[in-house]
Design a protein. Structure first.
Length: 73
């Protein structure tokens, strides 16, 4: 899972690392149960660029949607 607060080069680097790890696990280790998720936006409305309470609710909703999809719930 990417970071809901990282953006720019750091966020892009993290996304590349995650993609590489998941590809390795899926292809080289034959484990299709490893997934990646990239947040749809940055959640940084709280103190010092961190998520605030409303952001946390939106993060949870976003993650829940993804989990339901992969679990077929």
């Amino acid at each position: 899972m990417s970071s809901p607060v990282l953006q720019g080069e750091k966020g892009q680097s993290l996304n590349r690392y995650l993609s590489t790890i998941v590809a390795h696990m899926n292809e080289k280790e034959n484990d299709s149960r490893v997934y990646k998720y990239f947040f749809k936006r940055v959640y940084d409305r709280g103190c010092s660029g961190h998520p605030d309470g409303q952001d946390h609710l939106q993060i949870a909703d976003e993650i829940e949607e993804f989990i339901k999809e992969i679990m077929k719930w």
